[in-house]
Every structure is written in C-alpha cells, then in structure tokens.
Design a protein around this ligand. Structure first.
Ligand code: B12
Length: 207
C-alpha cells in the first residue's frame, strides 16, 4: 500500500506527497531499498514509458523527476552499503558551446533511477573537461548531448581526446540530442540513442 501511494504521487508529480509517503513508509519499518525499487522507481518507470509513447511531455517528466529526487534525498542517508548495486559509473555532459540541458538531465535522471551512478558535468563541457572527469571517476560510460549542428563537432573532438589519452578502449561513448543521428555516432565511434528510455536500454546492452 505504501509503495503504491509513493508511485502514484510520483507519477502525479506531487513532491510533498512523495516526501510524506516516503517518511511514512520508513516509519512503518519498510526497507529503504524496497521503497526505492517498489515505490519511487516503479513510479518513474511508468513515467519513462509514458514519455516514450508520447502520453507525457517534458514539463511533467521534469516535475516527476523532482518528486523522485525529493524521495531519494530522504532515503539516501539511510541506505546501507550494498543496498543499491551500481550498474556502472557514467559521466554526462552537454558539449562545448551548447547550453541546452533539458534532454541531458532527463537522460541522467533515467540512468540514475535505473541504478547507474551519474556524474553530471553540466553544459558547455570541453573535451578536456570530459576527459579529466572520465579519468577522475574511472567512468564506464560517457554520455554527450548536443542540440546544435555546430556543437555536434565537439562530440567528435571529445572521442579523439579520449583516444589520445588512452581512455577510449575502456569506456563506452553514448551520444544523443536532436541533430544527432545513428550514422554520425557510427562515424565518430560512439553509440546513439534517440531518447532517455532507450538510452538506459542501450547502456544496459553496452555494460
Ligand atoms: C528549449 C530550447 C532552448 C533553450 C534551452 C534551455 C535549456 N536549459 O535546455 C534556450 C532558450 C536556452 C535555447 C537557446 C538556443 N537555441 Co534552442 N531550442 C530549444 C528547443 C525548443 C527544445 C529543446 C529541448 O529541450 N527539447 C526537449 C528535450 C527533452 O529533448 P532533447 O533535448 O532532444 O533530448 C532528448 C533526446 O534528444 C535524447 N538525448 C538528449 N541528449 C542526450 C544524450 C545522450 C547521451 C543520449 C543517449 C540521448 C540524449 O534524450 C532526450 C530525452 O528523451 C529546441 C527545439 C527542438 N525541437 O529540439 C531548440 C533548438 C535546439 N535551439 C536552436 C537554436 C538555434 C538555439 C540558439 C542558437 C538560439 C539563439 N539564436 O540564441 C540558442 C543556442 C544557445 C546555446 N549556445 O546552446 C535550434 C537548433 C538548430 C540547429 N540544428 O542547430 C533548435 C532545434 C530550434 C530550431 N528549430 O531552430 N534553446
């Protein structure tokens, strides 16, 4: 019952209700990892599917993700080591010269709710910044977003920089954004996904 209430409140983007029901579930003795998996993530998975099918739009997804984060903030300090098994470490960024971040944030959020650890470098990230973050965090996946035809070129530069630094063979590169195509991804040595739900499926295949 507690889990259903959390999932329903998350789907409706009711941030305060998600907080309240999460706290109530904890008071009722529910395990933090069950609250995440059967409450928060169960709700978010439905949101992801509906977004993919065109039944929900960006503002609703952003509000749902805010509700998810509100629940996660309460749970995070209570998680025991081993409760959440990380599927892999990812570094995400919108590439140099590009300030669009709504799509990238959605992808990051879906990856996190699917069990990946995500380091989000924000927008306007240079190849050097991305390379340094991959080194620092020993990343398994690099995700790059570009929304402008002009900034797509920075994706290629970043792949080249990963190669020059001997990192390319140890990391999977995923790219996306409105002007990006599967052909471009193949050309530069990366993997493509058209949206956030398929991005998670792609990451699962690559890992
Ligand atoms: C919102 C928006 C803005 C906002 C951005 C706010 C923000 N915080 O992001 C603002 C107003 C700042 C803006 C500015 C500009 N914009 Co603008 N913008 C848009 C708009 C309307 C929507 C983009 C969006 O958020 N879509 C919703 C999200 C959910 O979709 P998405 O980003 O595509 O992401 C999904 C997938 O692509 C994929 N994905 C995305 N990233 C990644 C990464 C990985 C790794 C993977 C696997 C998948 C993936 O998954 C996401 C979720 O499903 C688009 C129009 C459009 N049709 O795209 C124009 C658009 C992208 N903008 C455009 C332009 C020209 C500009 C400006 C140059 C305008 C100007 N003259 O100043 C500036 C550039 C600023 C800069 N340097 O970046 C053009 C680009 C044209 C081109 N082909 O180059 C577009 C296409 C509009 C148009 N038709 O002209 N913009």
């Amino acid at each position: 019952m507690e889990f259903i209430r959390i999932a329903e409140a998350l789907k409706a983007g009711k941030v305060n209700d998600v907080k309240t029901y999460t706290e109530m579930a904890l008071s009722a003795g529910k395990e933090p990892k069950d609250i995440i998996n059967e409450g928060l993530m169960a709700g978010m998975n439905v949101v992801g599917e509906k977004f993919k099918n065109g039944e929900l739009f960006v503002p609703e997804v952003l509000i749902a993700s805010k509700a998810m984060n509100a629940g996660m903030e309460i749970i995070k300090p209570l998680l025991k080591e081993g409760d959440v098994v990380s599927k892999g470490k990812c570094v995400f960024a919108t590439v140099k010269g590009d300030l669009h971040d709504i799509g990238k944030k959605l992808v990051c959020m879906m990856m996190e709710s699917s069990g990946y650890e995500v380091v989000d470098l924000g927008v306007d990230a240079s190849p050097e910044k991305i390379v340094n973050a991959v080194k620092e965090h020993d990343a398994d996946i690099v995700g790059m977003s570009a929304m402008l035809t002009t900034t797509m070129l920075s994706m290629k530069k970043t792949v080249e920089a990963l190669k020059e630094n001997g990192l390319y063979d140890n990391v999977k590169v995923m790219i996306g954004g409105a002007p990006v195509t599967v052909n471009y991804a193949e050309e530069i040595g990366a993997h493509y996904s058209p949206d956030s739900t398929e991005a998670v499926e792609l990451a699962n295949e690559l890992m």
